[in-house]
Design a protein around this ligand. Structure first.
Ligand SMILES: Nc1ncnc2c1ncn2[C@@H]1O[C@H](COP(=O)(O)OP(=O)(O)OP(=O)(O)O)[C@@H](O)[C@H]1O
Length: 233
């Protein structure tokens, strides 16, 4: 589903390498945590998957596409297969919860009744059916993140990327958010979550890919779980 083959990435000439010779494969239906200290390359890895950045060397393959040779006209198709959630929610503050979720399908020309149904389904998925008409600033942080997850899932992507989705949330709420991601994963979506949060990683016991200075220093399958003890902050 996602493969990195000897991927090196440098933002600009003279910069240190953000990723160094990274090789990994994430299969369809997996849930992988990407962990590492600040600056270790987690966000860069995510940006390469959605082609927000390109590899300097090596190949990135996503859902059967080699991104180094993907024609520009196919980028929107790739991005529709990949949902993304960020630490800071990024909701449209002047739109209701339902409008936030409906926005992209509307822009893509999905028929009105189908949009309404997709919005209702995704709100149910994240347990917020009763908040459809609220504005983002009337919701708690955890609720806002659930709206962001609903928005990312509305096109039924095959991959969901979550970049520090619990970074602004309290521990109990963080756990609820990851439980939703876990449920989404069990329903078939491949989930990749970047995090600093060792408590979450140790609790959910998924595959752990650890980066240090842009290199993979641990890649541990779900069944081989050993607690992450290192300081990731
Ligand atoms: N837009 C950018 N331009 C130049 N260098 C960048 C840019 N974004 C990140 N970097 C550098 O690339 C390296 C990897 O950063 P990245 O953001 O991927 O790390 P991270 O593990 O996601 O960190 P954090 O946990 O703080 O988000 C760092 O050295 C960082 O300074």
């Amino acid at each position: 589903m996602i493969a990195f083959e000897n991927v090196t990435m440098r933002y600009a000439k003279g910069d240190p390498l953000a990723l160094q010779d990274v090789t990994l494969e994430i299969s369809r239906g997996e849930f992988a945590f990407v962990v590492g200290a600040s600056g270790s390359g987690k966000s860069t890895l995510m940006r390469l998957i959605i082609l927000e950045q390109e590899a300097t060397k090596g190949r990135v393959l996503v859902a059967g596409h080699d991104l180094s040779t993907l024609p520009n006209r196919k980028i929107p198709h790739l991005r529709r297969q990949v949902g993304i959630v960020f630490q800071d929610f990024r909701l449209l503050s002047t739109k209701t919860v339902a409008q936030n979720i409906a926005y992209v399908p509307q822009v893509l020309g999905v028929k009105r009744h189908a949009v309404r149904q997709q919005v209702a389904e995704t709100l149910e998925l994240v347990g917020l059916s009763d908040k459809a008409k609220r504005m983002p600033n009337e919701l708690s942080g955890g609720e806002q993140q659930r709206v962001a997850i609903a928005r990312a899932m509305v096109n039924k992507p095959t991959i969901l990327l979550a970049d520090e989705p619990t970074g602004n949330l309290d521990p109990g709420i963080s756990q609820e958010i990851v439980a939703i991601l876990d449920r989404i994963n069990r329903a078939g979506t491949t989930v990749v979550m970047a995090t600093h949060d060792t408590t979450i990683v140790n609790e959910f016991r998924k595959r752990v890919i650890q980066l240090r200075d842009g290199q993979v220093v641990r890649d541990q399958a779900e069944g081989e779980y050993e607690a992450v003890e290192v300081e990731l902050a």
